[in-house]
Design a binder for this molecule. Sequence first.
Ligand SMILES: Cc1cc2nc3c(=O)[nH]c(=O)nc-3n(C[C@H](O)[C@H](O)[C@H](O)COP(=O)(O)OP(=O)(O)OC[C@H]3O[C@@H](n4cnc5c(N)ncnc54)[C@H](O)[C@@H]3O)c2cc1C
Length: 597
Amino acid sequence: MALTKLTAAVNSKRKAVEDLLTSIKRARPSEKFSDRSRYKDSMQEENNGIVLREFYPPEMTNERAKQYVAGVVERPIETLEKAILETKEDRENVRVRNAVVHWFKCDLRTRDNKGLHLASEKAKSEGVPLIAMYLVSPQDFQAHLTSPARVDFILRSLEVLKADLSELDIPLYVETVEKRKQIPHRIMELCEKWGVSHIFCNTEYEVDELRREAALTRNCLQKGIAFATVPDTCVVSPGELSSKGTGGQFAVYSPWFRAWCAYLNSHQSDLNEYPRPEKNPISARECFKDLFECLIPSAPPNKQLSVEEKKRFRSMWPPGEHEAAQRLQKFISQRINKYSESRNLPAGNSTAVISVHLASGTLAARTCIREARNANTSKSMDAGNPNIMSWISEIAWRDFYKHVLAHWPYICMSKSFKPEYTDIHWEYNAEHFQAWTEGKTGYPIVDAAMRQLNHTGYMHNRCRMIVASFLSKDLLIDWRMGERYFMEHLIDGDFASNNGGWGFSSSTGVDPQPYFRIFNPLLQSEKFDLDGAYIKKWVPELRDLKGGKNGPVHDPYGRKADNVAKKNGYPRPVVEHKFARDRALARYKEGLARATA
Ligand SMILES: Cc1cc2nc3c(=O)[nH]c(=O)nc-3n(C[C@H](O)[C@H](O)[C@H](O)COP(=O)(O)OP(=O)(O)OC[C@H]3O[C@@H](n4cnc5c(N)ncnc54)[C@H](O)[C@@H]3O)c2cc1C
């Protein structure tokens, strides 16, 4: 990439960061809450854009978080389970009327989609048509910090979905609902208008979504509509596995993964593919003519890409389930056998790069595991080809983090999984944060990774860990600012995995690396990008420097390449690692002592 192009891209990113910082400053100040004892003083968090007060209450106290753990406060997943159980009989007695709806959310595919399959079966059993629906919610995009690249990917995937459904004579109705709170009301209104008696959807595990679906389950019934939300996004759904020792929920990955493998080894049929929906009766085209004519809207004003960005993201990330299936097949047939040895090398094309499809649901995690199992020499999840086992265990991390989200819901409310790490005194250094976002920290591996994110909407997993550790420990900046920046820029942004990854790297999350384990960016760089190919690709200022052990590309100012770095405008390190390491150790220790005093 030419230096000028990169400078232009960086300038445009700088503007985006400036806008972000301005919007953060404009965030509403603390409001009075009726029960203030539930909330801690979170002015610092609010001023730094961590607690989004436009949508959510202030950060809760540690005591309140512990009440969730102790089961004193009902978890949203329990609220939903109760609603499902208590309405089961009445919902089963609802008679089918004119049509059945499948409500698409993060499951934009026709293949191997449980909710869609059940909706199709219901429609077929009564000889009525199936209607597919997707509601665009600009406020949800805002509250969930969905990146413009991801919104664009979703809208493009909807075009593919619409074409696929149309071949089955199924209309895809898409509508923009401006206020997120209006969604349930609008769903019921549409169902009444279309004479729909049954709605199906797949469950999402974020707090607002679980509460909304619990309310929909009950409220739809009042209107004579049976609302069914079913587990589909995970291979093994949250709640299926509980710790044999305590009967409680797993808070550590390894024993959870053993239970996950054992469960799937003995429930192989859970990996069976759900068939695509049946064709609608041809009369559906006449009855629901308007719905077939419905267009996919363009991105809402708060999530627009520039013309150049649109072109770039479109060429890098083709949308839809067919592309996802091809990517998966190619990875399994050509690259999975080298996964263990090469998965940590960011310069190589060694991982599947399917997270964008899993996040938008153009691919099911179940499909990935089934195809990997079929390519393995053993049908067990924890036996056979070590490369395939290793890849399966990565998909399991995705499940694990959704399990954590469902059972420790306060992580969705800006609270760290380990509340005892809430009282660390962070540096809210705006200059350092900006340098990190722009890839100008003076640490080449960190800068390469951040520029990859800014340019492509994606970052290699090893680099996500390096930059997250660098922000939270070397810069000692509140990890939640990095979590937010990631969500706002990743094309594969997924709350549970992103929060889990940030919690791991900042040592505040579930099963994290201990706080005293601090990545040395230089050693990471030499270990995982030895010849500097990744750095040279994304930091062209350093492309003429030598890689290898002790090579200046990893540390130009520390390894006598000042002249080249300076001439090309590459910055000096914003902090010294040794100083930063000692500072982080002291601050984490003090914070922990404060919280546990
Ligand atoms: C700080 C941080 C933030 C992250 N944010 C996200 C995010 O917003 N969305 C997201 O999908 N992943 C996130 N991850 C996990 C991981 O980096 C990506 O899933 C992975 O890089 C995607 O590339 P891939 O599809 O080639 O993965 P592969 O290595 O081919 O793995 C296959 C799939 O397994 C899952 N997976 C792999 N590693 C992890 C992991 N560590 N945690 C959870 N799932 C995993 C993903 O769904 C991935 O697509 C984050 C990790 C960190 C450390």
